[in-house]
Write a protein that binds this ligand. Sequence first.
Ligand SMILES: *Cc1c(COP(=O)(O)O)cnc(C)c1O
Length: 357
Amino acid sequence: MRPSRAVIDLQALRHNYQLARETTGAKALAVIKADAYGHGAVRVAQALETEADGFAVACIEEALELRQAGIRAPVLLLEGFFEADELPLIVEHDFWCVVHSLWQLEAIEKTTVGKPLNVWLKMDSGMHRVGIHPAEYPSAYQRLMATNKVGKVVLMTHFARADELDSARTDEQVAIFRSAAAGLGVEVSLRNSPGVMGWPSVPSDWVRPGIMLYGATPFDQPQSVADRLQPVMTLESKVISVRELPAGEPIGYGGTFVTDRTMRIGVVAVGYADGYPRQAPTGTPVMIDGQRSQLLGRVSMDMLCVDLTHVPSAGLGSRVELWGKNVRVSDLAAHAGMIPYQILCNLKRVPRVYTEA
Ligand SMILES: *Cc1c(COP(=O)(O)O)cnc(C)c1O
């Protein structure tokens, strides 16, 4: 069988979840949208279920997958409902529901529900994507309460630039949120992963860590909490072919890399159809039998080439780590002009193998 696989370390996942809680002293919803950023939402939810305060996904399709797998914990729909006819299902399955727009509030006013809805009322404190305008927020809250259809309410907002540790924007958003939510006296939720790790003074009853659970840093510089994360996913494969070439030989599609001396080239059974970024250039780090080396030439659909010249002990069958414990996915992302979120979410075709080690 093709020797390529994504190994998912569930112990590291739990470590990272606990780090989010420990750092903030808050309750933490584990964000497992987009199939848990490529890690497999059901397996990730099962691994965290005994300790997690709840989960967050983008939409009801993702939430139903968790319920069908037997997950009973709270599940928040981060975009709420897209059509009012989702409301009966939301109530039936006890999903928690973001309300980010007045049309959603109107839909709740018009509907009849058999049990109270748990609502996370979202404010647009400056990201200007979704959320209720700060000036309309207190009245939206009052309207929501007046429906008599809601149980627990949490006030939330989302940061646009928390990954930029020297940006003033996060503090501005916090100030806008605080003044518009002042006096409502209910729980609040503001922090995503960069908020959890980089903004310790932001108020939080609930935090919403996503990328940090998977052990990847959202920052482009070292950061004390991010340095304690443990990578969860390792994409690994093997060398399936080796050749020695003299100087002047082009390698792979387009011949974008040309040997500049006698070189040993290894071919690895991973390509962009597995989610390895095609944009990664020559020089992108890889690990071969525990030694650092580099990608050479263009990434193909099913294969890529690596430099074995300085790894004489490596050859056919050598294990290659494309990202994981040694090659950080954030480092790969930086080389490819991407962010780690994109790389993890884009994992395809390879089997996922779960370990507790
Ligand atoms: C995706 C998402 C998160 C998690 O963000 P990370 O940066 O991955 O921690 C938190 N809150 C909301 C509203 C989201 O959409």
